[in-house]
Design a binder for this molecule. Structure first.
Ligand code: FAD
Length: 356
């Protein structure tokens, strides 16, 4: 037996990255097993984190905990990897009517919401942006350049001899009472963070995923400033150098092929508020690991006690992964409870025990 670890982590998307980071911060020996898939959800993602639901102006689930945890973790990861990927900036919601303006004005004065919502403004801040009803700014938001983050942490893992850069084959996992073995390595526990790959995982594929396809464009255009993300049905993220990411949409044909229909849908929505000419540089598609009830999937296999899952981050992996990783590590290492909405206990009834 060559080397012993505390944990195998399968998958290095945002889930596996933040989980490995948190475990290593707690001095656990971790081997990450991941084969890069260029169209994986994290790599394609726009990377937005946003504490407010655009439509209803409610706080999103656990926002008060998730936002500070995300800021702290991404800051620490930037220091560790010496890379820049966290861009904090407000998200502008462009109002579609006077009612939206009035509702924002009222909500932004509530104690619970004033840290997250600016006072509304009547006039547009750019000649390329049409905002007849004005806009408001969501605070404590921003975006993570996910490709840079994944590559930076991957390099770090490689330098620490903690990365096994190959496809994980479930049938080669040897499961014992107190440890698991894989290709000559041994660990006390294994955590699967495979995103959509969970559908090929014989141990956890009983969990009810409802994946959704999404597409994003990268365009080059006029300078509208680099200080704000804009949203009106589609988002527009300034990347610098007059480049912007635009998206996304929801589709249910589960391939990773960019489509003309999605491009049309996104550019038409963009045309409703953005008047500058632009050139499309890139068009990507990926599949979000969304769950039937749109909550994460965390927990221990119902029968095999050293197998765990950390998945189901759906449409919000960037904001969820930091807090959930720390929360899951508390569960793994300190025996605390997983928050009910995210625990796989809720789907126990779907598990059919295999008889020998
Ligand atoms: C178009 C689009 C836009 C999005 N925009 C946002 C956004 O703005 N903000 C946000 O928060 N979220 C966004 N999302 C959702 C976000 O991408 C997901 O919540 C998140 O990336 C899921 O991360 P994950 O680590 O669980 O899965 P993944 O990113 O899919 O990572 C899984 C990893 O496991 C690896 N893997 C799987 N099986 C195996 C195996 N057998 N062996 C080895 N490796 C394996 C894969 O190659 C991959 O590297 C978007 C998604 C899409 C598609």
């Amino acid at each position: 037996m060559s080397e012993k670890f505390d944990y195998f982590v399968v998958g290095q998307g945002i889930a596996g990255t933040l989980l490995a980071f948190e475990l290593r911060r707690r001095n656990k020996r971790v081997l990450v097993i991941d084969k890069v898939h260029p169209a994986s959800s994290t790599r394609v993602a726009a990377g937005l984190y946003n504490p407010i639901v655009y439509k209803t102006l409610e706080k999103s689930w656990l926002a008060d905990q998730l936002v500070p945890a995300a800021h702290q973790a991404y800051e620490q990861l930037e220091v560790l990897t010496q890379a820049k990927f966290d861009y904090r900036m407000p998200i502008v919601k462009v109002f579609g009517s006077q009612e939206e303006y009035d509702f924002w004005e009222k909500r932004s004065k509530e104690d619970d919401y004033s840290p997250y919502l600016s006072a509304p403004c009547k006039a547009s801040f750019s000649s390329f942006l049409e905002m007849p009803y004005g806009y408001g700014e969501i605070r404590q938001s921003g975006y993570v350049d996910t490709k840079t983050l994944l590559e930076a942490y991957r390099n770090h893992l490689t330098n620490q001899a903690c990365l096994f850069p190959e496809k994980f084959s479930h049938q080669d996992l040897i499961i014992n009472d107190n440890f698991v073995e894989y290709k000559g390595f041994r660990a006390s526990r294994i955590v699967f963070c495979e995103g959509l790959g969970i559908v090929n995982n014989p141990f956890f594929n009983y969990l009810p995923m409802k994946p959704t396809k999404g597409e994003v464009l990268t365009v080059k255009s006029e300078d509208i400033g680099n200080e704000r993300i804009i949203n009106k049905r589609v988002f527009l993220i300034p990347l610098g150098d007059n480049q912007y990411r635009i998206g996304s949409n929801y589709g249910w044909v589960l391939d990773e092929i960019p489509t003309e229909a999605a491009k049309k849908e996104i550019t038409e929505a963009l045309g409703k508020f953005w008047t500058a000419p632009y050139e499309i540089l890139n068009h990507e598609a990926g599949i979000r690991p969304t769950v039937r009830d749109r909550r994460p999937l965390l927990g221990q296999h119902p029968q095999l006690k050293n197998l765990y899952v950390f998945n189901g981050l759906g449409t919000k992996g960037i904001m969820l992964a930091p807090w959930l990783s720390a929360h899951f590590c508390d569960y793994l290492e300190l025996g605390t409870e997983i928050v009910t909405e995210a625990s796989i206990e809720r789907y126990k009834k779907f598990f059919a025990p295999k008889s020998d």
